[in-house]
Every structure is written in C-alpha cells, then in structure tokens.
Design a binder for this molecule. Structure first.
Ligand code: HEM
Length: 231
C-alpha cells in the first residue's frame, strides 16, 4: 500500500466523519448478529434438544466459529471505542450540556435514547463480557441428542440454571430495556452515519428503528422470564 493511500485511511479514521462511518458500519454488523442470535434463541421455546442440536451444529463448524468470534470481538471493540470517542468529542464541544432538554426532531433526532447512548452502550459492553463468560465459557454438562452417537454440550441446562435465579432474570430483563433504548437511536443513527439516509427516507427509517428496537429487545426480554416460569 502506498504512503499516500495509507495516510488517507488514517486521516479518514481520525476524522469525525470517518469514525462515525466505522461506528455505523460496525453497529449495523452488530444488529445483524442480534437478529441471528434472536432467531437461534427461538429454539428455547421448542425445547432442550432443539437448543442443544443448534449449538452442537454451530460448534461443529470448528475454526469458522473461532474466526467469527474473533471478528465479533473486533467489531464490538471498534464500535465501543469509537462511540465513546465521538461522545467525548461532542461533550468537549458543549461541556455544560443543554440547559433545556427538548426533542430536536429532524435532523438531529434528540431524544432520551440519543442522549443516553454512551451509558446504555457501556452497560451493554459490560453485559456482553458477563454474558459470554456465563454462557459461552460457563459450565459444561454433557447430554445425548435423540439418535446421537456422541455426547454434546447441554447448553439448555446452562441457560435454564442461570434463569432459575430471579435476580438474573431481573438483571437480563433490565439490560434488555437498555438494549431497546440503544437500538432505538442506534438503528437510525447508523444509517445516517454511513450516508444511507435521504431526507425522504428519514421519517420512515426513524419509525423502522422503533419497530426494530421493540421487536429485538422484546424478543430477548421475554425469554428469561419464560424459562424461569416453565422450570
Ligand atoms: C435472553 C437473552 C439471551 C440469551 C438467553 C442468550 C443466550 C446465549 C447463549 C446460550 C450463548 C452461547 C452460545 C454458544 O456457546 O453456542 C450466547 C452467546 C453470546 N451472546 Fe447471547 N443471549 C441473550 C442475549 C444476548 C444479547 C442481548 C447480546 C448482545 C447484546 C448477546 C450476545 C452474545 C454474544 C456476543 C455471544 C458469544 C457468541 C459466540 O461466542 O459465538 N446475547 N448467548
């Protein structure tokens, strides 16, 4: 790579537009992950065999899973670090904050969700660390799938055991509300930041963001309560 194009990439990365663009692209990637994750979680409404067969199939992909996981960590870190740096820059430019908090409407779309992005984001980051430690690297019990020849990990039991405790149910449900807030602004803002928003599309995308945030957050929100109640 020539020095010229290298410095162009660095310049883009350092510019506010560049950092917003990367935060937007990584945010869209993470929303895609959430859709796939939520679809995978539907297995919990079917039963233990469905969940364990799904996770066993996923982990049988071997190195591919590791590559996706490393990519996911990189995307989360980029998204978080750049998101925090953009928020800090905004704060430096306006240290006292607004005296009066009113909705800005278009085009800034100021709302409680937009003003709390940094805090909901930090809680979500801490949640992801805890969540991955709890489930992905949690206890390992063996179980047999119907007609199976080798034991597989009983992921269903790991999750059901966590949600047997009402404190974990409450923590998860609380975090899912914050996830809903983060997505409510993040969905719209990500498309805005990558330049995929025209003034004609703006209202539609803002409404779509609400629908997306409610569906995803609600999907994750009901599961801990459901598993607590049926076990
Ligand atoms: C009720 C809500 C949720 C449940 C029951 C749940 C369940 C699970 C389970 C069972 C795994 C382990 C999968 C495996 O090892 O094969 C997992 C992994 C993971 N979850 Fe969740 N999840 C929930 C919500 C979320 C949310 C809201 C996020 C993100 C904000 C999230 C992010 C992740 C990540 C990053 C992994 C690691 C993926 C990997 O290592 O491949 N989860 N989740």
């Amino acid at each position: 790579m020539s020095q010229v194009s290298e410095s162009k990439i660095l310049k883009f990365y350092r510019s506010q537009t560049g950092r917003k663009f990367i935060t937007g692209v990584t945010g869209i990637g993470l929303m895609g992950f959430l859709v796939v994750h939520l679809a995978g979680n539907l297995g919990f409404f079917i039963g233990g065999d469905a969940v364990n067969a799904y996770t066993a199939k996923l982990h049988s992909l071997g190195p591919l899973v590791l590559i996706v996981e490393i990519g996911l960590i990189a995307i989360v870190l980029f998204h978080a670090i750049l998101g925090i740096s953009i928020a800090q820059e905004k704060k430096r430019a306006r240290p006292e904050g607004y005296a009066l908090h009113v909705s800005g409407g278009a085009p800034s779309r100021m709302s409680p969700a937009s003003k709390s992005m940094i805090w909901t984001g930090i809680v979500l980051l801490l949640f992801i660390v805890l969540h991955v430690w709890q489930f992905r690297f949690g206890p390992h019990y063996d179980t047999m799938l119907p007609g199976g020849v080798e034991p597989v990990r009983d992921m269903y039991k790991v999750v059901v055991d966590v949600f047997a405790d009402p404190v974990w149910v409450a923590i998860y449900m609380g975090v899912m509300v914050l996830l809903g807030f983060h997505l409510r602004h993040g969905f719209w803002s990500a498309f805005q930041s990558i330049g995929a928003m025209s003034s004609r599309l703006s209202n539609t995308m803002y409404a779509a963001a609400l629908v997306f945030a409610v569906l995803i957050a609600l999907g994750f929100f009901v599961l801990p309560l459901y598993l607590h109640m049926v076990h």
